[in-house]
Design a protein around this ligand. Structure first.
Ligand code: ADP
Ligand code: ADP
Length: 216
């Protein structure tokens, strides 16, 4: 069966962290729109140059650019049996585009895992987030520290703090999430495919909740 799972939730809820666990458990790729944008910025591609301004201010990149980027990603063979989608869709226009895209090769969104946490904890998590340069693995200086400070446990690359994790940009991102992305909760709930996950608990306990939803 084709398995396309969307992780929905505010910035800092734990979508990236849990997507990696799910992708490895289900053996499907983890597609993070934020990671693809950051790779393009790092490699100074035309897409990276177009997206950089919006990302640095914590705003959403235009739907046209984002949807085209995801369409290209879905053309790759590794997505044929399923994928974990992290950070996409981020508004109803993108959700419709995703449905159309998946339908074009016989797929559909099977499950939406909505992870949430109070704003205070989102801010605390983003302020302490460290991301790896090479592949976007994430750590937290208190809740999930790397074995060696500043170095990724998995690929040995340097860790950095994202420009858009600064306190003032974080508040803007949370507001944008509330205005533009949160309507997707109702959108997917009405389709009967939304599962709510309490993201306040430890990383391991949140993973256990996700796994129990998958077994249902
Ligand atoms: P998102 O992709 O939703 O923005 P991340 O998965 O990158 O969120 O997590 C944000 C930060 O919070 C990271 O530093 C991560 O290590 C940490 N984190 C993720 N889940 C938890 C959790 N359940 N408890 C504590 N810290 C967490
Ligand atoms: P987080 O999980 O911390 O919210 P992401 O890594 O998903 O952050 O996204 C970082 C930034 O990349 C967003 O603030 C936005 O500027 C841009 N971005 C990522 N995904 C999308 C999307 N689906 N639509 C528009 N912009 C996006």
């Amino acid at each position: 069966m084709l398995t396309y799972i969307v992780l929905l939730g505010p910035p800092g809820a734990g979508k990236g962290t849990q997507s990696k666990v799910l992708a490895s458990e289900l053996d499907v790729p983890h597609i993070s729109s934020g990671d693809i944008f950051r790779d393009n910025i790092k490699n100074d591609t035309p897409l990276g140059r177009l997206a950089h301004k919006a990302i640095s201010k914590g705003e959403l990149v235009s739907d046209d650019l984002t949807i085209a980027m995801l369409r290209e990603r879905f053309m790759q063979r590794d997505c044929a049996n399923g994928a974990i989608l992290d950070g996409f869709p981020r508004n109803p226009v993108q959700a419709e585009a995703l449905e159309e895209l998946l339908n074009s090769f016989g797929g559909q969104v099977n499950l939406v895992l909505f992870i949430t946490s109070p704003v205070k904890s989102l801010i605390e998590r983003l302020a302490g987030r460290w991301t790896c340069q090479a592949q976007g693995h994430t750590y937290h200086e208190c809740f999930n520290p790397p074995k060696e400070k500043g170095i990724c446990d998995i690929d040995g690359s340097a860790l950095y703090q994202r420009e858009d994790d600064k306190a003032e940009t974080v508040l803007n991102r949370i507001e944008i999430y509330q205005n533009q992305t949160a309507p997707l909760i109702k959108y997917y709930d009405e389709r009967g495919i939304l599962a709510r996950i309490d993201g306040v608990e430890s990383i391991e306990k949140v993973s256990a909740q996700l796994m129990s939803v998958l077994k249902c």
